[in-house]
Design a protein around this ligand. Structure first.
Ligand code: G3P
Ligand code: CA
Length: 348
């Protein structure tokens, strides 16, 4: 059987193979001569298959299956493993910088507890159970003294304490560097975390995100950028300010009105649990979203935390690809890319 592979798939396959060595050692990756020999940079950042049948591989928080989440080596590894997009979750520092963290509390993914000089910053906040340290109480300079650690106890902690916390600007720069080095498009998929909460503290999430994107010209229509949020308010407001695709994140199906979402967003990011019934049939969620013109990018695919029904990661990816998703958020971009390559090979 002849296996037809597009140039992009061949590049992706190379990335998967190149990433293998880094995975084996579970070490931070570095730029190599091999990276620099890749195809030339396209003129702009528009991803060619952004709206085609090939599901997008979105590197959820980087490559947290292997390295601490939201770190430069984690994002680099995910890209080398074949990710189309890298996902930075965003929160604010005290002095108004956007930094890349899943939570505004810092204890679970940084070594802040080891910093005696910050012991008195531990506090209680509305909406958070127990004491913690919070991003909005630290300047960027202080945040930069912290180091990231793995959030999940079951994962490899060899790189804990080694990598600094990134700003949103640094993630954009990283993606641009990788586009140039690898000669393929790499998008970014920022999530505004707790926008109402940060607005109540006086931070303007919309302006902060759009100005960072505008600085590098990635606010133009056709840029490989999705902006996501669990709060519809910021997306409705952003709709009047940008033509970039917006994604409404959904944890529950109750009360979801696809037609309404389609008035301000271009897609939905549901929990994968909303998409299929226990017997494997579709819940109709994907069909309803597509009927309203919305893309469907479910989360989160974790090869080390597979639902029992799937024998391996490829089986899970294949199931959801067959169901009709347009992209997936995964902690294991290598497994998603491998599943897509295997499908391409099977279909000839
Ligand atoms: O943003 C998609 C997915 O990441 C939502 O879950 O909690 O990991 O940000 P979370
Ligand atoms: Ca997220």
């Amino acid at each position: 059987m002849t296996i037809k592979m597009t140039r992009r798939r061949i590049l992706a396959a190379s990335s998967v193979l190149a990433a293998g060595g880094a995975l084996a050692a579970c070490q931070p990756t570095t730029t190599t001569d091999t990276d620099a020999k890749a195809a030339p940079l396209k003129k702009d950042n528009a991803m060619s298959d952004n709206n085609t049948a090939q599901p997008l591989v979105i590197a959820h928080r980087g490559a947290p299956g292997y390295l601490p989440e939201h770190t430069a080596p984690g994002y680099d590894l995910a890209i080398r493993m074949g990710a189309d997009y890298i996902e930075p979750d965003l929160v604010f520092t005290k002095d108004g910088h956007l930094i890349v963290r899943h939570d505004h509390y810092l204890s679970t993914t940084t070594n802040v507890a080891d910093h005696a000089e910050f012991a008195d910053r531990k506090t209680v906040k509305d909406g958070h159970e127990g004491e913690d340290w919070f991003s909005e109480d630290f300047t960027l300079a202080e945040i930069k003294t912290l180091r990231a650690k793995q959030a999940f106890a079951s994962r490899n902690h060899a790189a804990d304490g080694k990598f600094e916390i990134l700003t949103f600007a640094e993630v954009i720069e990283l993606a641009q560097r990788r586009i140039s080095l690898q000669g393929r498009q790499i998008g970014i998929y920022p999530e505004t975390k707790l926008p109402s909460y940060f607005a109540s503290l006086g931070y303007d999430f919309e302006s902060a995100v759009l100005s960072e994107l505008s600085r590098v010209g990635w606010d133009a229509p056709g840029s490989s950028v999705f902006i996501q949020s669990f709060e519809d308010g910021i997306l409705r407001s952003l709709r009047n300010k940008t033509e970039l695709p917006l994604i409404m994140l959904l944890e529950k199906a109750d009360g979801v009105d696809m037609k309404d979402i389609a008035t301000y967003a271009n897609g939905v990011g549901p929990s994968k649990a909303l998409l299929a019934n226990k017997d494997g049939s579709s819940t109709g969620f994907i069909e309803a979203a597509h009927a309203s013109g919305l893309k469907v990018h479910p989360w989160t695919f974790r090869s080390d935390m597979l639902p029992e029904v799937f024998a391996n990661a490829q089986a899970e990816f294949d199931f959801f690809f067959d169901l009709g998703v347009d992209g997936i958020f995964t902690d294991f971009a290598n497994d998603a890319r491998a599943a897509l390559l295997a499908r391409a090979a099977r279909s000839g």
